[in-house]
Design a protein around this ligand. Structure first.
Ligand code: FES
Ligand SMILES: [Fe+2]
Length: 346
């Protein structure tokens, strides 16, 4: 029988620092919907695992991504989540100005002319990629793999379902709390908790008897959420549906009339934030509202139980328990992946 990880893995800030460096830094992260940066001058900005990032559609039509940090003394450059109509970025602290390629243009009242040094003070550029109506970024330029390799077989799973390009964008919601990111992932890759934590979802999915399978050598776990869907759920999801987790922080809900993308990220061992963007097909407003609210309720239910688990792990009273070989095999695999990366530097 495989046991859960020791509680320390969820608490220790040294372990979190290694996770941030080895898992989060080289990974691709969902930044937001690409329709928000469709025109030159449009931008998106946010923090991902603490790293300040912005993505900007330059006047030449190309999408570029940068660390959102001034090269002078570290101020945050763009502060609003998204916007448009900019062809340069001025630092709000001392007014340094960067063009939309990230190049330092001028440094008002700096005094000594920077001369050639200016060229070395461009914003730090990071990788950006658009897939299926979604913008992704990768913080580490010198680590990790290309986007397609990272996503692997998940793109094939999505091919059978409509994406943002054929659905209507509805809105976004955020859920944030004090929990360790791995408690949420442990939870997310098993259907064992479904009936008790999500009674409404359990009923809609025929008593929570969901089929799970993994691809990408266990880095992605998918639930078939077609079975037994009834009422509002069936209306929103249509005849078939799939829910997908992709390591380390991407989740997708796929259906005939729904697409939801979620980024799950943290900035310390006791923090988690889930940002969700939802699109719907031909549904009336009430059904969209209902599906959106229910999606949020499910995330909140998971956050609730995982925050309780995290509190107990932090209290130092938990000794590892056994994982069910049938119900929790994907949890065991997820934990093994984390261990391999942290212990072997894989
Ligand atoms: S920190 Fe940006 S101009 Fe000084
Ligand atoms: Fe759940």
């Amino acid at each position: 029988m495989v046991n859960t990880l020791e509680a320390d893995w969820y608490v220790d800030s040294e372990i979190y620092a290694r996770e941030r460096d080895r898992i989060f830094h080289p990974s691709w992260w969902l930044m937001g919907p690409s329709h928000l940066v469709s025109n030159p001058g449009d931008y998106l900005c946010d923090r991902i695992c603490g790293w300040p990032v912005f993505v900007l559609r330059s006047q030449d039509g190309k999408l570029r991504a940068f660390l959102n940090v001034c090269r002078h003394r570290g101020a945050t450059l763009l502060t609003k989540g998204y916007g448009g109509g900019i062809n340069s970025v001025r630092c709000p602290y001392h007014g340094w100005l960067y063009d939309d390629h990230g190049r330092l243009q001028n440094t008002p009242k700096f005094g000594e002319e920077l001369g050639d040094e200016k060229k070395s003070l461009s914003l730090h550029q990071i990788d950006v990629h658009v897939w299926n109506g979604l913008v992704f970024v990768k913080i580490a330029r010198d680590k990790g793999v290309g986007f397609d390799e990272w996503l692997g077989e998940v793109s094939g799973l999505c091919a059978d379902f409509p994406g943002p390009s054929s659905l209507d964008y509805y809105g976004e919601f955020t859920v944030e709390g004090e929990l360790n990111w791995k408690t949420y992932c442990d939870n997310t890759v098993e259907g064992y908790h479904l009936n008790l934590i999500h009674p409404r979802l359990g009923t809609a999915l025929a008593g929570g008897d969901v089929q799970l399978f993994s691809v990408n050598d266990g880095r992605s776990v998918a639930f078939d959420i077609t079975h037994g869907a009834s009422g509002g759920a069936r209306e929103a999801r249509g005849a078939k549906g799939l829910w997908v987790y992709h390591f380390p922080g991407l989740q997708l809900v796929l259906g005939d009339k729904i697409f939801k993308a979620e980024r799950v990220e943290s900035n310390n061992s006791n923090h988690l934030r889930s940002i969700n963007w939802a699109w719907y097909g031909e549904l009336d407003e009430a059904a969209k509202h209902e599906a959106f609210a229910w999606g949020k309720q499910i995330v909140e239910e998971d956050f609730g139980i995982c925050a309780e688990v995290t509190r107990n792990l932090r209290a130092g009273v938990f000794t590892p328990g056994p994982l069910s070989p049938s119900m929790e095999k994907h949890v065991a695999r997820f934990q093994q992946i984390v261990k391999d990366i942290l212990l072997n530097g894989e």
